[in-house]
Write a protein of this length. Structure first.
Length: 296
């Protein structure tokens, strides 16, 4: 999945996730963007996240704290993305291909690159050869992040889930773990291979790019986020963009519209790439007649 799509992939799959962690920002600069929609008896906050962060990254703000304190429930993309009991059977079902080796799906040059990066990350060629291209892409993209000091346990979703559950808040999701994995597993093989090729092109640059991305995110710089997350995928990889961004944002906008018809306060935390660009969740809500206000 191309450069931008690799980020989307990480966000969607961090447990699979994935696909989208940041460099440290000082507390005074921590001001990630926050939006809300509301009617007479409902409020829904929209907050873009990064799934893996350096432990020292600061991303809290007074307005974010106030929104979290007022909410009745936390709504994530998926629940259970970090639960191996949930994810392992799905990965085995959708991420492994014992019939056709990965080496037969790639050009000799791409297979050599895949083997080389895998060996550097401690992965035997035989293990990689059983992976489907999308699974190899996600694995090779995430490993350098962890090696560079990014920690999935410090990702926004993990932190918020722990805190809000401790406060007795509800927990809900927009998708299931299987749905998320199938966004990749159901892609045409050519798109899977494109995803892996793009990962191979930028795997060395991954941590530095993510540091830059996190800085923009923590400062609420939505223009830079749009450029990093969306622009390239939208212009160069249209099928993947439609699958990973447009289709999902459309479904979420419909779900949020329905949720707004209910009562109470919800805090929706989804990958930051879904809340920027011309097909953002906010834009699609606007097309449904729902006013979106930026809180910070």
């Amino acid at each position: 999945m191309l450069r931008s799509s690799v980020k989307a992939a990480r966000r969607v799959v961090v447990g699979l996730v994935s696909v989208l962690a940041l460099g440290a920002a000082t507390p005074s600069l921590a001001d990630p963007a926050l939006w809300k929609i509301q009617d007479h008896d409902s409020t829904i906050y929209l907050f873009g996240t990064v799934h893996v962060l350096r432990p020292e990254t600061q991303w809290r703000s007074p307005k974010l704290h106030a929104a979290l304190k007022s909410t009745d429930e936390l709504v994530l993309e998926v629940i259970g993305a970090d639960d191996m009991a949930v994810m392992q059977p799905l990965v085995m079902k959708y991420g492994i291909d014992q019939a056709t080796p990965l080496s037969k799906k790639l050009s000799p040059a791409d297979w050599e690159k895949t083997k080389t990066y895998g060996q550097e990350m401690g992965m035997p060629a035989a293990a990689l050869d059983a992976f489907r291209p999308w699974m190899a892409a996600i694995t090779l993209a995430m490993a350098p992040m962890v090696k560079a000091g990014f920690d999935p346990k410090k990702g926004v979703e993990q932190v918020l889930t722990t805190e809000l559950k401790a406060d007795g808040k509800g927990l809900a999701s927009l998708e299931t773990a299987e749905q998320q994995i199938r966004f990749f597993a159901d892609m045409p093989q050519a798109d899977e291979v494109s995803l892996l090729q793009a990962t191979l092109e930028e795997v060395d640059e991954g941590p530095a790019k993510l540091d830059k991305l996190v800085k923009a995110w923590s400062e609420g710089d939505v223009k830079s986020l749009e450029s990093e997350f969306v622009t390239e995928m939208r212009t160069k990889y249209k099928p993947l963009y439609h699958t990973l961004i447009v289709a999902r944002n459309t479904a979420w906008a419909d779900e949020l519209k329905t949720k707004l018809d209910g009562k109470g306060v919800s805090f929706v935390a989804v990958g930051a790439g879904h809340l920027v660009g011309p097909d953002s969740v906010q834009t699609l809500l606007g097309k449904r007649g729902i006013k979106v206000e930026r809180v910070q």
